[in-house]
Design a protein around this ligand. Sequence first.
Ligand code: DGJ
Length: 365
Amino acid sequence: MFKYREVPNPMKNKTKRSNEVKKFLILTIILGCWITAIKAQEKDISEIKSGVHWLDSKGERINAHGGCVIFHQGIYYWYGEEKVKGLSEKEHADGGIHCYASKNLVDWHDQGLVLNLDRQDTTSDLSFDCNQDRPKVVYNSKTKEFVLFFKLYLRQKGNAVAYVGVATSDSPSGPFEYKHKFLGGNSPNGTGDFAMFKDDNGDLYHLTVRKPDKAFVIGKMREDYLLPEGLYQVGDGITKNTEAPAIFKRNGIYHMLASGSTGWAPNAARYFTSQSLLGSWKYEGNPCLGENPNNNFGPEKTYGGQSTYVVKVEGLKDAYIAFFDINKPDHPYDNLYIWLPINFINDRISITWKDSWNLDYFKKQ
Ligand code: DGJ
């Protein structure tokens, strides 16, 4: 049978070759895009972004509000209020104290609840609908204990009286054991928002707003940190109604970032400095600059946030991060975090909004 002879077609070979080249190019482009995406992701991981939700190493939302960050043996620990999804602040959204751990302040690993509420006993101080605000943890190198303090409103007792709750643990990742509560400020109504500042010699101070007169007071804690040592004194120079204090010390100067008193609503940040923790303090105005593009709030509303803590970055000179919370009292599970680098001009701080930044910022200073 006649078989049609296949004539070699030079064009066919050309097409084959050009198809191979095409395939190679497409693969190269895909590979390039993939590498770029991975790099961007890696870069993203090391970026600190404010005013957006933060995810932990498992991709879950970080749920640690009004908190603090301490450094112990190479690891940072972030403690904050767990907010129960679906509950408003009025419905007592606090669900215990949550802890996360990180080696680089960016990748956070969930350590779970380190202090639980009591879901059974309604007479317990930590009964499920108490309010546990603004947890702060301090290491006592004499007792080798981690001491956790929080502002405590008892169940069904309103907010005229606020206690300081105290819990301890021999490990930074807990569990913490609830010890007792005390009324600070030598006031029968106790105290509200607070900072615990550990000075260079290990002395611990409770800096807080006194109830009901809203004077800002400072008291030294006992050596074991578990109770105030004696009398508090009014912080000379600190404006009344100062809340949300966050304190750090640099070159012998104490810096205090704080807010006014408008409940959960944002107001303008206020900033004070002093040569001595007990005062007198000097009012230095509002250190914030710039605007949060997510809500268009600038310095007059602290980007929609309220100060919480100042994080010291270990191993870098003059590296401090101003930590604010954006409160959403109707659905606090959706609260957001703001972390911004602190700048120094001589001995005064300034804070400028940044959508995204990373710790290299401190190396370029
Ligand atoms: C203002 C405080 O700064 C917050 O932490 C919270 O306690 C609210 N007051 C409650 O109104």
